[in-house]
Design a protein around this ligand. Structure first.
Ligand SMILES: Cc1cc2nc3c(=O)[nH]c(=O)nc-3n(C[C@H](O)[C@H](O)[C@H](O)COP(=O)(O)OP(=O)(O)OC[C@H]3O[C@@H](n4cnc5c(N)ncnc54)[C@H](O)[C@@H]3O)c2cc1C
Length: 379
């Protein structure tokens, strides 16, 4: 793989960076304070024709691949984890629809790329987090309908979505991998109740608790083959995970850039603090980690674009980028001294966003677990 970006990727990066710096930089404060507004990010990108960076042209996309997705999440993440997470949720939904439904989901993918539908992703449940297969939400067939009952938590986009991508059991028993289906549900269907969650970071991404109480939807809400969604969903999540690593990379980079400027301009003891060894070394250490995270992400993206199974590589990228985000934002905040602690300052906001990178889209431990498979004896 070449590390250099192609001309098309460079052009895409320039557009998305301009949007991030001109619009997201200011809007991020509103998202954080109001814990609202992620839908604007999705709509803006759709209106600019930048949302479908990885979808094929036949679905209305730009067909630039996973590297473009990682570029987009990095650029938005450098301004706001919440804005980048909002983009990621839409893309995560589109990937799940495709990984489970293939071409049969074309209409919904195209509508998503154009921003005609804003999606929420409802997989995790109060009792089924890392162990997604333990989900308890049911969608029981009744004539031509399905009746959905259950609870979902940390559903990104839930507060503003037009449609929800829901994983539910249509047959079998809790714990079985078979019998799980992917549903596309109108968010306004009677019986759906959404409660906004007040999380410490990634604010504005519409994250909610969702209750389904006798929610009746047509049977053709099932995407792909009934009862056969689990493997496809895991594959979709694995692909999306690498884009999520891009958010963490962006959060780290955004904080580092702030800290470098601060260290160059803040004088103590008669000279800029960047001339103090601790500051310089720690910023250098942070810079190396940010660059290394980008290399891991683009390697996994390149493999995915070439159709290679890249579970381990995507997990390595997500793990390293998340750990880097936490470390680098902590260093950046420290460089600001007491001034970094002001609620809502960019570095303080990114510090809160960073911790979430180690939990959402699979915790650090789940990524490490994927990597340990490399060492297990072949059976
Ligand atoms: C901001 C945010 C956004 C999210 N967005 C979405 C979304 O859009 N849609 C969605 O469906 N979900 C979403 N999630 C949920 C997310 O995927 C889960 O939080 C995550 O998978 C962990 O599940 P859990 O929180 O239930 O933790 P648990 O699974 O209860 O884990 C608790 C702790 O135990 C550890 N642990 C668990 N099992 C093991 C094991 N086998 N080995 C070692 N350690 C283990 C975990 O690593 C963790 O540290 C989001 C979460 C957050 C925080």
């Amino acid at each position: 793989m070449s590390f250099a970006l192609t001309k098309e990727l460079e052009e895409y990066q320039a557009k998305i960076r301009e949007y991030a710096q001109k619009t997201v930089r200011e809007y991020a404060k509103y998202m954080d304070e109001a814990n609202d507004g992620g839908d604007k990010i999705v709509k803006d990108l759709a209106n600019m024709g930048l949302l479908g960076m990885k979808q094929p042209r036949k679905f209305g996309g730009l067909e630039l691949g996973e590297r473009a997705f990682a570029i987009a999440t990095e650029e938005l993440g450098a301004e706001s984890g919440g804005a980048s997470h909002s983009l990621h949720t839409q893309q995560n939904a589109l990937q799940l629809l495709y990984s489970v439904g293939g071409d049969s989901a074309a209409e919904w993918i195209e509508r998503g790329v154009k921003g005609q539908e804003i999606y929420a992703v409802a997989l995790t449940e109060p009792q089924a987090g890392s162990d997604l297969g333990a989900l308890q939400t049911t969608a029981k067939p009744e004539g031509n309908e399905l009746v959905i009952n259950g609870e979902k938590i940390f559903t990104s986009g839930a507060t503003y979505a037009t449609k929800m991508v829901v994983l539910a059991r249509t047959s079998g028993n809790p714990g079985d991998r078979q019998g799980i289906s992917l549903l596309l549900v109108d968010a306004k269907t009677p019986g759906i109740k959404v409660q906004k969650l007040d999380l410490m970071g990634i604010r504005g991404a519409g994250i909610g608790y969702v209750k389904f109480e006798n929610v009746r939807v047509p049977k053709d809400s099932i995407i792909g083959k009934e009862g056969d969604a689990y493997r496809g969903a895991l594959k979709g999540l694995m692909i999306s995970r690498n884009g999520y690593a891009g958010i963490a990379l962006g959060v780290a980079r955004g904080a580092l850039e702030e800290a470098i400027v601060r260290a160059q301009t803040r004088k103590q003891f008669g000279k800029p603090i960047i001339e103090q060894e601790w500051i310089g070394f720690n910023l250098a250490d942070a810079y190396i980690k940010v660059e290394a995270a980008r290399l891991l992400i683009h390697r996994a993206a390149d493999l995915l674009d070439r159709g290679v199974e890249a579970t381990v590589e995507a997990s390595m990228a997500k793990y390293f980028a998340a750990v880097t985000a936490v470390e680098v934002t902590r260093t950046a905040l420290h460089v600001f001294g007491g001034h970094g602690l002001n609620r809502g300052s960019k570095v303080e906001r990114l510090y809160r966003d960073a911790k979430i990178m180690e939990i959402a889209e699979g915790t650090n431990e789940m990524q490490l677990l994927a990597v340990t498979r490399l060492f297990q004896p072949k059976k």
